[in-house]
Write a protein that binds this ligand. Structure first.
Ligand code: SAH
Length: 351
């Protein structure tokens, strides 16, 4: 094992764990607060930069710990301004994170796992096997990187975060929540949790846990079909999670948070383009407090799936509106550089 690998990643310590550690080494607890500030608020990448600590203490920290900052291998820019970052982790694995600009906002789309543990048939990330979960600091670093890019390019801070990059965030529950805690804390980026959206493919038990943990973030659910038999075909893991359990979890989510879930929905030819599919979605919406976001399908070099025609999308929109369900149709961003939803697969990087 190399010298670096035997050191502890200091950012795995919570603030109170750092305080306890400093106390055990006979340092006052405010030293821990200073270090915490340097790590999360100022985002330094070395102990040398912690200039309000004594040289001796800096050397001590250097000998025992490391700061495992990520590095941005390269950023690829789309014609529409979307920027895709290839982010290298300390063990050489790479994840992708995307900066999505609109006129007033900058949104960061971040990854929660290297690869993905699920098997959605239409998603490029699913073709990579899950290598590992990201740590909270690795999630934080993606956000911090995009915040810096936004300040440099657009002269404004990052405004929103979506967990819609690689991975299933609820399958890395603790680290995702830890990262959100730091992002929203005063020492971190002090962002409102209302500006953060976690997108899940739908794990009922964990949706309920998220509601109980009172994270105050927005929830999006990748539904794509409200018919169990169809959903199982396109998202095979759904065999374990009947639609009724999802409805039950979303009802619980609303009762605890009073926050309306967004249902993400793709419409494909020959998969979910019939009246029966629309009816099933309407029925799902009747039972939950939700809005629907119809997303444009981004091809993943596979001709199994094709975006349904406009008339079908229109039929969905009209039926939902007739039932007073808010529905938006979202055009994809960053398609030309494979940075759009479901296209993140490290195509530009040799793993
Ligand atoms: N695992 C999480 C988050 C990552 S995917 C989830 O499933 O929600 C983010 C969104 O992109 C999901 O709604 C997902 O269903 C969608 N998506 C996946 N592949 C896509 C593709 N090829 N085109 C458009 N959207 C896709």
């Amino acid at each position: 094992m190399s010298d670096t690998n035997s050191k502890i990643d200091i950012r795995t310590f919570s603030k109170s764990e750092l305080q306890t550690y400093f106390k055990s080494k006979n340092h006052p607890s405010y030293r821990a607060d200073q270090v915490y500030q340097w790590l999360w608020n100022k985002g330094v990448s070395s102990f040398e930069e912690m200039t309000n600590l004594s040289l001796e203490l800096r050397a001590f920290l250097q000998a025992h710990f490391e700061i495992r900052n990520v590095t941005n291998l390269h950023a690829q820019k789309s014609d529409d301004g979307t920027l895709k970052n290839a982010v290298k982790l300390h063990d050489e694995l790479v994840v992708e994170s995307v900066l999505i600009p609109t006129e007033k906002r900058t949104t960061a789309c971040v990854s929660s796992q290297v690869g993905c543990s699920l098997d959605c048939k239409f998603c490029a990330t699913a073709q990579l096997k899950r290598m590992r979960n990201l740590n909270a600091d690795e999630i934080f670093d993606q956000v911090k990187l995009i915040d810096r890019q936004s300040r440099t390019i657009y002269n404004r801070p990052l405004s929103n975060i979506v967990f819609m990059g690689m991975g299933e965030p609820l399958m890395n529950y603790n680290n995702v929540l830890k990262a959100i805690e730091i992002i929203t804390s005063k020492e971190g980026l002090h962002m409102s949790p209302k500006r953060i959206t976690l997108s899940t493919s739908g794990i009922p038990k964990l949706i309920k846990k998220l509601a109980d943990d009172n994270a105050k973030i927005n929830l999006a659910l990748s539904l794509h079909s409200a018919r169990q038999e169809v959903r199982e075909q396109i998202m095979p893991f759904a065999k374990k999670f009947p639609i009724e359990d999802l409805i039950d979890a979303l009802q619980y989510w609303y009762s605890q948070t009073k926050s309306r879930v967004t249902l993400e929905y793709l419409v494909w030819k020959g998969v979910n383009d019939t009246q029966a599919d629309i009816k099933a979605l309407l029925n799902f919406c009747k039972k939950t407090v939700c809005k629907v976001n119809i997303i444009e399908y981004n091809s993943i070099d596979d001709d199994k799936f094709q975006q349904a025609d406009n008339a079908t999308i229109e039929a969905y929109v009209r039926s939902l509106e007739a039932q007073k369900v808010t529905v938006t149709v979202r055009r994809s961003r960053g398609k030309d550089i494979d940075a759009a939803c479901g296209q993140l697969a490290n195509k530009s990087v040799n793993l």
